[in-house]
Write a protein that binds this ligand. Structure first.
Ligand code: 5AD
Ligand code: SF4
Length: 411
């Protein structure tokens, strides 16, 4: 979501005649887009912002602004803590940017600037109506708002006209999208009907919105990539209840089971929180056993971080930081071995890879993704271009990355 917002902000700036600088030292405007989801995210943003202060010595006209969730979460106190800042701007006030920077009272909100030629993020929903007990998002991003389908489809048409073929629909609980009579599955269908769209992804769905109507379209619409990032957070029903996640371990595993019985290679990734207040060793082990059962292709794993103002922040933390770290390490170790096993299942398979970019490490290799969202490295061919689809055979694994060799190309 932040990446998408940055792209939208870049579009607003370009619309006002501002262009990217080659380096921070050359910039007249620096905007830092921040995240508040965990304490660490805020701490690293603050360290980064302090680093920028020195640039004001060489450029007296430099304006530094802090945007994103931290601007909402910390508000005016940020200006006190970082007195060299020129302004802060929370996500619900981005339309004020031209006014702040250029005294242009007629704000324009063009579509987000494309960050690459092959794929576009398209926000369809903002805010979150869930109240997961640990999460700050509903407080900083507000109530859910759904974007009008006509505007979504128009943005997709503009992106595909510029050569994009992969569409990533975005929302905090993206599959809860609805607009008048239009459900999320119905919107997916409309996006799939756009001829130039070849691959569709969406992040992040919530397990409670996995209706049979949605499962049906996931299985029947070829353009929807066989991958989902479906945050589970914990494998213990008692912890899920305290977290107010509104589903059980069993209900979650049923979704996994439906997707994998349809396609055993369906890519499923997740988010896990370790050391939630009061999580017992046994409850933690239920998360380990869920990982064993679900066999995720990958996971983002975090130690619980109390966020002021959320219900769980007022619960006593009995688990020491060291124990949280130990638990985190245990899930990471287990998940790494499962990720590797899942990668091995791809060996020998023929896959269509969407080429993303030349490898940064080795310019004789390209990096791309399979439909089930596995990263693949392929030896460069003279006609390889960003956004091209190439047929590959998966021949090996390096770390967690697959190695492919091209068979023939198609557009
Ligand atoms: N502590 C740790 N992790 C958190 N997340 C959200 N809030 C917290 C918190 N207070 C994680 C969840 C979510 C991901 C975006 O960040 O796993 O899915
Ligand atoms: Fe946070 Fe829960 Fe909303 Fe996700 S669904 S953004 S974890 S409150």
């Amino acid at each position: 979501m932040n990446e998408y917002d940055s792209a939208r902000l870049a579009a607003i700036l370009e619309f006002n005649g501002v262009f990217p600088a080659f380096a921070p030292e050359k910039a007249d405007i620096i905007l830092v887009n921040t995240c508040s989801v965990r304490a660490k995210a805020e701490e690293s943003a603050i360290a980064r912002i302090w680093d920028l202060k020195k640039l004001k010595i060489g450029n007296k006209g430099l304006k530094i602004g802090v945007l994103g969730c931290m601007a909402k979460n910390r508000g005016e106190s940020l200006l006190k803590d970082l007195p060299f800042l020129d302004f802060i701007l929370p996500p619900d006030e981005y339309q004020k940017l031209p006014e702040i920077l250029f005294h242009n009272p007629a704000p324009q909100t063009p579509f987000a600037k494309l960050s690459n030629k092959y794929s576009a993020f398209i926000a369809i929903q903002s805010g979150c109506n869930m109240r997961c007990a640990y999460c700050i998002v509903p407080y900083v991003r507000g109530r859910e708002q759904y974007r009008e389908p006509a505007s979504i489809l128009e943005e997709i048409e503009v992106a595909t006209a510029a050569g994009v073929s992969e569409i990533v629909l975005l929302g905090q609980t993206v599959n809860g999208y609805r607009y008048k009579g239009l459900s999320f599955p119905a919107l997916l269908k409309q996006v799939a009907n756009i001829e130039q769209v070849e691959r569709i992804r969406f992040i992040s769905p919530h397990p409670i919105h996995y209706t049979s109507e949605l499962l049906d379209i996931l299985m029947n619409e070829q353009k929807i990539a066989p991958h989902v990032h479906l945050p589970v957070q914990s494998g213990s029903n008692s912890v899920l209840k305290k977290m107010k996640r509104q589903y059980t371990r069993e209900a979650y595993l049923n979704i996994v089971q439906s997707l994998r019985s349809f396609n055993p290679l369906y890519g499923i990734t997740t988010d896990i929180i370790c050391g939630y207040p009061g999580e017992s060793e046994q409850e933690f082990e239920e998360t380990l056993s869920l990982l064993q059962e679900a066999r995720f292709d990958g996971a983002f794993m975090f130690a619980y971080s109390p966020r002021e103002g959320t219900p769980s922040a007022s619960e006593k933390e009995l688990i020491t930081e060291q124990e949280k770290k130990n638990r985190l390490q245990r899930v990471i170790d287990l998940q790494h071995s499962i990720t590797l096993e899942r990668a091995k299942l791809m060996l020998g398979r023929q896959e269509i890879i969407l080429l993303e970019k030349l490898s940064r490490r080795n310019s004789s290799e390209w990096v791309g993704k399979t439909g089930n969202f596995k990263k693949v490295i392929i030896p460069a061919q003279p006609d390889f271009r960003e956004g091209m689809y190439v047929d590959c055979v998966i021949e090996g694994i390096r770390g967690h990355t697959l190695k492919g060799s091209p068979i023939k190309k198609q557009m």
